[in-house]
Ligand binder design. Structure first.
Ligand code: CDP
Length: 238
């Protein structure tokens, strides 16, 4: 789904002094946001490899939490139950073969993260504020130790509003459907996009200072090349 122009710039508007304070402790962060199946993961992974930055797929963390809750038969709509189940959960993100793998209480659900039932439930889980709190803290922790490429929905708007390196990756609805079908997945991406962009907690928006790329007719290499050009223009020393 393409975001209407009225959704642009709904990101947090923070005072410049607060933004420069937030920048002090952090390593460099490149934020890659966009709707489902827009090509974020392939682009973010390749970009991280070329920059020598760590790659974090925040969607995979929301998916791992969703898988964990489904295993425990907790209804994603039961907000207090979700909060309770996650109180002592241990989440770790490791980079293996250029992919970010998420471990939850030492279990590795990588092969289950795109199951139909996870695709169906993840948007309901990710709108729970306590879930968002866990994932956001995790990403900010990583940024204290590493330079990162982070992909998601709210990375430039909410998680790292102070980074000057923000990109919004989009593609036409047809192209996105084709890409997901080519991955052989059962995934109602239009429903997920609607849920993600209309929720109250950190909805999918285009951050006001994000650079937007329509990837419908571009290869991964072309998109990564364009991002690297922009990063140079924005002063990232490469
Ligand atoms: O790969 P795809 O773009 O289909 O989705 P994903 O990045 O794996 O994210 C799965 C779901 O997690 C999204 O539909 C959102 O509901 C949620 N998500 C989020 O709320 N915030 C993020 N920063 C990343 C993902």
């Amino acid at each position: 789904m393409r975001l209407p122009a009225c959704l642009r710039g709904l990101a947090l508007h923070l005072p410049d002094t607060l933004i420069s304070d937030m920048r002090k402790d952090l390593h460099r962060v490149v934020a890659i946001d966009g709707p489902a199946a827009s090509g974020k993961s392939s682009v973010a992974r390749e970009l991280a490899r070329r920059l020598g930055f760590a790659y974090v797929n925040s969607g995979a963390i929301y998916r791992a939490i969703t898988w964990h809750l489904l295993q425990k038969a907790i209804d994603p709509g039961d907000t207090p139950g979700v909060g309770q189940a996650l109180e002592s959960v241990k989440i770790a993100c490791r980079l293996e073969n250029d992919d970010s793998r998420i471990f939850i209480n030492d279990a590795d659900p990588t092969d289950r993260l795109h199951d139909g039932r996870v695709n169906e439930a993840v948007s309901r889980v990710s709108r729970v504020p306590s879930v968002r709190g866990i994932v956001v803290r995790k990403m900010r922790d990583y940024a204290r130790s590493y330079n990162l490429v982070v992909e998601g929905r709210d990375i430039g708007s909410v998680v790292f509003p102070a980074t000057p390196f923000k990109f919004y990756i989009d593609a036409s609805p047809d192209v996105r459907l084709q890409r997901r079908a080519a991955q052989g997945q059962r995934d109602e991406i239009a429903a997920r996009d609607l849920a993600d962009s209309s929720r109250l907690a950190s909805p999918l928006v285009i951050a006001r200072d994000a650079y937007v790329i329509d990837t419908s007719h571009l290869t991964i290499d072309q998109v990564v090349g364009e991002i690297i050009e922009q990063l140079k223009l924005k002063g990232l020393a490469l």
